[in-house]
Design a protein around this ligand. Sequence first.
Ligand SMILES: NC(=O)c1ccc[n+]([C@@H]2O[C@H](COP(=O)([O-])OP(=O)(O)OC[C@H]3O[C@@H](n4cnc5c(N)ncnc54)[C@H](O)[C@@H]3O)[C@@H](O)[C@H]2O)c1
Length: 303
Amino acid sequence: MSKKKCLVTGGAGFIGGHLVERLLKAGHDVVVVDDESSTANSNFTWRDDCENHKVDICDFEKLNPLFKGVDLVFHLAARSRIQICVQDPADAVKNNSLGTCNVLQAARLNNCKKVMFAGTSSCYGLKNPIPLKEDMPNDCLNPYSVSKSNCEELCKMYTKLFGLETVLFRFFNVYGERQPLAGDYAPVVGLFFRQKESGEAMTVVGDGLQTRDYTHVKDIVEAMFLAGESDDKKIVGELFNLGTGTNHSVLDLVKLTGGEHVHIPARPGESRETLADNTKAKTMLGWNPSRKIEDWIEKNRPN
Ligand SMILES: NC(=O)c1ccc[n+]([C@@H]2O[C@H](COP(=O)([O-])OP(=O)(O)OC[C@H]3O[C@@H](n4cnc5c(N)ncnc54)[C@H](O)[C@@H]3O)[C@@H](O)[C@H]2O)c1
């Protein structure tokens, strides 16, 4: 494994922070680009052993020079929560679609070798039956998935038109250490932990029977890492589901966390069930997601 220069956008955020750790552990040099704009994060992780830039990916003039000499780009910066994008669709499209176009253009102009893109299972929407497979049609129900599916198209276009190597991922609900906890729209595992800790009832959206494939952040990061290390040209331009292949309802999470709960109104624009068919990532990347949410909650839930 040769030493590479890796640039991580959104590298001070939840998943990006774990990816930065993984790349450093492998001995790579890491450049982090993040503007600290995520409102669900109370902390951003900046490390002394990286080159750090507080830069907005929408600002191409500032972004482009940071890609000089970079081999691998991991693009995770985004408006990353559905309901925040529902509140401000133009902001979602700007940061996700335009931001991604800027990242791809900078990678192209600076001859970067490969770009790994962080997409979302929410592109499958409501129409597709589980288990969800990469060749199913999109059913985008909100500005978040619309902008993220647009990013996927931009990645594929940059590969076909300009020969820039891209690899696309759809993450299924990510949880783990340092997960976002702030505000009403923090992801559900972190939100329930915060509510339990402060003696509040856990807020269950709708009937709580909606299911999600919850995937540990270290498993997500490992797949992106493997794609970066791979010399296999067959993964270029391909989309990979990153989910465990099992799912749980929100009420299951309530039971696992333990404590009181209340129901709040269902939110428009969200899927009813997700469950990944992860065969493609397992066979083509050698990925093996090993962590189970029930074990993690058991070990980490607040008393
Ligand atoms: N967490 C999940 O369950 C999940 C599921 C599917 C996809 N994803 C995707 O994974 C990526 C990382 O998600 P996360 O959960 O770590 O969220 P996060 O909000 O913690 O991370 C995103 C980071 O990007 C930064 N950022 C946002 N806009 C930026 C901009 N214009 N310029 C520079 N930095 C900017 C934020 O400050 C934040 O630190 C996102 O692209 C998200 O859409 C996450």
